[in-house]
Design a protein around this ligand. Structure first.
Ligand code: CA
Length: 222
């Protein structure tokens, strides 16, 4: 899952970026409103954390322009404390949720997880595919109840596939959503990564659709 943090306050940006990184997301940070608008328009993010007071283009304008251009990624708006007008304007501009500053990082993470889940059509924070359970809150993976240790990148891969269980995901899409923009993206590394996850969890979990990509079967209950 790839997240864009749009925030011009350096300290908040650093804290949010670090927390999201530790929570298993590929995170990019942009302090400038106009550049953020451009990034959100051309790149595929799974979620955006958007401050409203930004240099060069304010957050509401950024958000309205994305929505006017059918950019549908979930957006969590950061508002000033007690400013109900900002919250209303944010939601009317197309925000999916808001959080008033100052906020607890644990609440931001919980809201981010919920938004990512809901935009993927999942309600339960525990994602299941056959014997595999991925706990998005504790960041734990188990097979038949046995905990498995995944690297951050392996976790990110499995999490993306399980959030979108039932869909065939191309290598290009995986590459787009697993790595932040400033990381080197190599599509052949996806194959290597899939191999590593299969060795740890069993070969049945991630299926190859030759010529199309990879898929995790969707559980009836999921
Ligand atoms: Ca600001």
């Amino acid at each position: 899952m790839r997240v864009l943090v749009v925030e011009d306050d350096a300290r908040i940006a650093r804290d949010v970026t670090e927390a999201l990184g530790a929570a298993g997301f590929a995170v990019e940070h942009e302090p400038d409103g106009e550049r953020a608008w451009f990034l959100g328009d051309v790149e595929d993010y799974d979620l955006v954390v958007l401050d409203l007071g930004l240099p060069r283009m304010d957050g509401l304008t950024v958000l309205r322009r994305w929505r006017a251009n059918d950019r549908a990624m979930p957006v969590l708006v950061l508002t000033a404390r007690g400013n109900w007008r900002e919250r209303v304007e944010g939601i009317d501009a197309g925000a999916d949720d808001y959080l008033a500053k100052p906020f607890e990082m644990a609440e931001l993470l919980a809201r981010v997880r919920a938004l990512v889940r809901r935009s993927a059509g999942r309600a339960d924070p525990q994602l299941r595919a056959g014997p595999v359970v991925l706990d998005t809150v504790r960041m734990q993976v188990s097979v038949d109840g046995v905990p498995k240790r995944l690297s951050p990148l392996e976790y990110r891969l499995l999490s993306y596939l399980m959030h979108h269980a039932g869909r065939v995901i191309s290598q290009a899409e995986l590459t787009e959503h697993l790595y932040a923009q400033d990381f080197e993206r190599e599509s052949n590394s996806i194959e290597v990564l899939i191999g590593r996850v299969r060795r740890k969890l069993g070969t049945e979990v991630i299926r190859t659709r030759r010529g199309f990509g990879y898929t995790v079967e969707r559980d009836g209950a999921g």
